[in-house]
Design a protein around this ligand. Sequence first.
Ligand SMILES: N[C@@H](CCC(=O)N[C@@H](CS)C(=O)NCC(=O)O)C(=O)O
Length: 344
Amino acid sequence: MSDPKKRTVIVSAVMLLALVLAGSHPVCAQTLRAVKERGTLNCGVSQGLLGFSSMDDKNIWTGFDVDICRAVAAAIFGDPNKVSFIPLDAASRFAALQSNQIDVLSRNSTWTMSRESSLGLMFAGVAYYDGEGFLLRRDTGIDTALQLGGKTVCTQTGTTTELNLSDYFRANDMTLKVLALGTAEESRTAYDDRKCDVLTSDVSQLYSERLKLSAPDSHIILPEVISKEPLGPAVRQGDDQWFNLVKWTLYSLINAEELGVKSTSVDDAIKSPNPHIRRLIGTEGEFGDQLGLANDWAARALRAVGNYGEIYERNVGTQSKLSIPRGLNALWTQGGIQYAPPIR
Ligand SMILES: N[C@@H](CCC(=O)N[C@@H](CS)C(=O)NCC(=O)O)C(=O)O
């Protein structure tokens, strides 16, 4: 094509066509399609945090964060095993999501403003309300965080934990010595080897890490909780369909607890005349279809992992080794703040 004017017209027309096509198709709504084509969900988890995500003695991933991904897989495929778990450390977890290595990050990650406004991610909801705390040896005689001035504190790089730590010590005019390590295991080992006096992390993790220390009963968690750590599953921005799917799967688990629907009572729920239960279970409405799923999407998730309360109790609650009280994570109807918007 020799005429430069003609060439400019054709190039402009092609660009215009591309823009029109981009506008008429949800070009970014690719995650569900990719997951269905692949036949498995890629879920980023922690590298081994008992109760949240760790491998059991049969090499099967278990835990609270793991179950959120199993619920999503069950909602999509009707099978909670169609998930590949990808263990990630704190520093690399968000890049794994940005680079499409994973479809969802379900790894004790705190929902913060900058993780959405500068990393291009979105948190689908709060699966676990947590906060940062301190663990130290009982025999130090320290019973408040305000006595920690001058102590060496082990923490992990790339976390909100290290940021809160310096804020707290500065605000209380205390001298801080930090030993920042790359993984939770390194932090725990350094603490166990007395390279630091204090281990700091989200309180739920301290419960978990304490069980791995050489003498778990000789360590206490101080009463102060110095930050808000709303933990939840994160996805990439730009795919609203996928965001909705993850968000409403989580909410379906919380709503099911509120409505008294359990893993063992899903089949009874199918016969229920209660309209809230009928919409949850898919016997009324087209809610699954609106997510790109079958209308019994939530029933599938519930059969696989149970409702929010069952997931909590089994993995981290009183039926588990961690034995963490429900606290803030009780339903709003029971004195907590777990509250899911309605399915209607
Ligand atoms: N919730 C905090 C902390 C998350 C975090 O990664 N904590 C470390 C311990 S301080 C951890 O979970 N490690 C587990 C692992 O690496 O497997 C955040 O999102 O930054």
